[in-house]
Design a protein around this ligand. Structure first.
Ligand code: UDX
Length: 449
């Protein structure tokens, strides 16, 4: 059975969600205040790089099951509204900026009463500080017969379509899980939207609003902690001559620990983990339990130190005493995106390291298969080169900072022909040190002897 759905806020999360819901056979209308984005999506053009997204976007548009608008009046007949708005870090602190979400809830309230009949369901997907759902429920609850479910999204960039259509679990946060009648009425309607996902045996967990909000914040905090944990061990490895990849591999075989998210390197970036752990700390402070999450400050600090470490290694490898010795040196940075298979440069370790080296006076050239436009917008003046070979030509030092497949497969002998001096820092621990050293490279990595 198809449902009429709106997705309010079609940034990364919202656009993927809208197209995925159309893929499930629903009638979907996406809304955003950004008219250019709406026009691009209506034309079948993806505003970001995400494998598989453009195909399902076009399929939805062609089947007339998907369209985008800037006008809330177009949402009057919708049965289920999803809130996919961004919650960026506030400019005046670490907390989350909820202004987009609040403004959307206000605009939505205006159109809600227009629909008679069955109650309207509003589903929150944005990452929010604990307590937000209850406040929104009050704001929207003033309208008769509106139900709110908090249904956090766990998608990863690069796997966003798969993560949306085949999630590990579905979490439904409701106002009062003990009120079975109200809960089942609202949850049943969301079940209908996700019927195909649930039929495949996906677990759906019903809990209170606060727990649902915390599931999302805790999951991201845990992932960030796991990465910083192995990066802290990487610092110990550097002090002792141990190889962090040996340590990670061996501890990851304990299935209580698990092998994922134990890749040591230049650390985490992107639009989620860094801002989400800061927002989580700010939210704990507001709740008067700041100490509980004080360790996340350390997680953030370890992550920042890895970027500094790459700069120090560059200074060392180039035989300079301090960063001022980098002046005029030709450095090629492989990768600008915060991770491979993404064009996202938000809080990207690669881009930050490139910028720091350039600020120190080095001649930095950066290359990336997808993220150069974003890099040029964020760091105008940074020399960009699309072609990997061209980017490598004449370099005195190469830094691999985003592990795109094509960089992992670089042939050391062939690459040596391109550069001026064969020196490389593997900031993601994806190259085989012996192979590179045998080909005559001075090779350094993070957390490896
Ligand atoms: C993350 C969460 O994984 C996702 O569940 C949530 O919904 C949004 O935030 P994403 O930001 O897309 O997703 O990226 P992710 O794949 O988690 O990687 C985050 C960062 O950690 C990247 O910069 C990546 O390079 C880094 N990372 C990841 C490591 O440094 N080591 C690892 O072992 C894993």
């Amino acid at each position: 059975m198809s449902t009429t759905i709106s997705v309010i806020g079609v940034g990364y999360l919202g656009a993927v969600h809208a197209a995925s819901m159309a893929e499930l056979g629903h009638d979907v209308i996406g809304l955003d205040v950004d008219a250019d984005r709406v026009a691009a999506l209506n034309d079948g053009r993806a505003p970001f790089h995400e494998p598989g997204f453009e195909q399902i976007l076009r399929r939805g548009l062609q089947a007339d099951r998907l369209r985008f608008t800037t006008d809330y009046a177009d949402l009057a007949d919708v049965e289920v509204h999803f809130l996919g708005l961004g919650t960026p870090q506030r400019t005046d602190g670490n907390g989350a900026d909820l202004s987009y979400l609040r403004a959307a809830a206000d605009s939505l309230r205006e159109v809600l009463p227009a629909r008679g009949g069955a109650p309207t369901l509003v589903v929150g997907k944005s990452t929010v500080p604990v307590g937000t759902a209850r406040t929104l429920a009050e704001q929207l609850g003033a309208v008769q017969g509106v139900h709110l479910i908090w249904n956090p999204e766990f998608l990863r960039e690069g796997f966003a379509v798969k993560d949306t259509l085949a999630p590990d679990r579905l979490v439904y946060g409701v106002a009062d899980p003990e009120d079975h009648e109200a809960t089942e009425a609202a949850a049943g309607r969301l079940d209908a939207v996700y019927a195909q996902i649930l039929e495949r045996g996906t677990t759906r967990l019903v809990m209170g609003f606060e727990a649902a909000e915390l599931v999302k914040a805790s999951a991201n905090a845990f992932l960030a902690t796991k990465i910083s944990f192995i990066n802290a061990i990487s610092e110990i490895c550097e002090a002792t001559g141990a190889d962090v990849t040996d340590v990670a591999r061996a501890i990851g075989m304990d299935d209580r620990i698990g092998p994922k998210f134990l890749r040591a390197g230049v650390g985490f970036g992107g639009g989620c983990l860094p801002k989400d752990i800061r927002a989580f700390m700010a939210s704990a402070e507001d709740l008067g339990v700041g100490e509980s999450l004080a360790f996340l400050r350390e997680v953030d600090a370890i992550n920042g130190r890895r970027r500094t470490r790459v700069v120090e290694l560059a200074v060392e490898l180039l035989g300079a005493e301090t960063t001022s010795g980098l002046r005029g040196r030709r450095i090629t940075v492989l990768g600008a995106a915060f991770k491979p298979d993404s064009d996202d440069v938000r809080d990207s370790p690669a881009l930050e390291v490139a910028c720091r080296l350039r600020e120190a006076g080095a001649q930095v050239r950066i290359t990336d298969p997808e993220a150069l436009a974003g890099a040029a917008r964020r760091a105008p003046g940074l020399e960009t080169e699309q072609d990997t070979d061209q980017a490598l030509r004449g370099a005195e030092l190469v830094l691999l900072l985003t592990e795109w497949g094509q960089y992992k497969e670089l042939d050391p002998a062939r690459t040596r022909e391109l550069v001026e001096v064969p020196r490389i820092i593997d900031g993601r621990n994806v190259l085989e040190p012996r192979q590179w050293r045998e080909a005559g490279w001075e090779f350094r990595a993070l957390g490896r002897p």
